[in-house]
Design a binder for this molecule. Sequence first.
Ligand code: FES
Length: 83
Amino acid sequence: MEGAVRAGIDGIDADCGGQLSCATCHVYLGEDWVGRVPEPTEDEDALLEFAAERQENSRLSCQIFVRSDLDGMEIRIPTHQAS
Ligand code: FES
C-alpha cells in the first residue's frame, strides 16, 4: 500500500493510512501469489467483508509487507476503485 501511494497509483486511496479500518487499499493478488503471503488475519478478513467486489484472492494491501521474494508480485485493483 505504501509503495502504491508513493507511486501515485490510482485506486489505492488508503484513507486510514494502513490502520486496517477503511478497505480503500483493496487489491486482488495474482493467482500464483496468493499462497506466498501470510493468510489474512481475522481483522483483515472481517474488514474485507465490507469491501465491494470481494473475491477469493482479495487482500488489503496495507497488510502485505514487502519482502524481496515478493518481487514481481501481480496485483490488480478492483474496477470500481480504479475509476
Ligand atoms: S489503508 Fe485502510 S485498510 Fe488498508
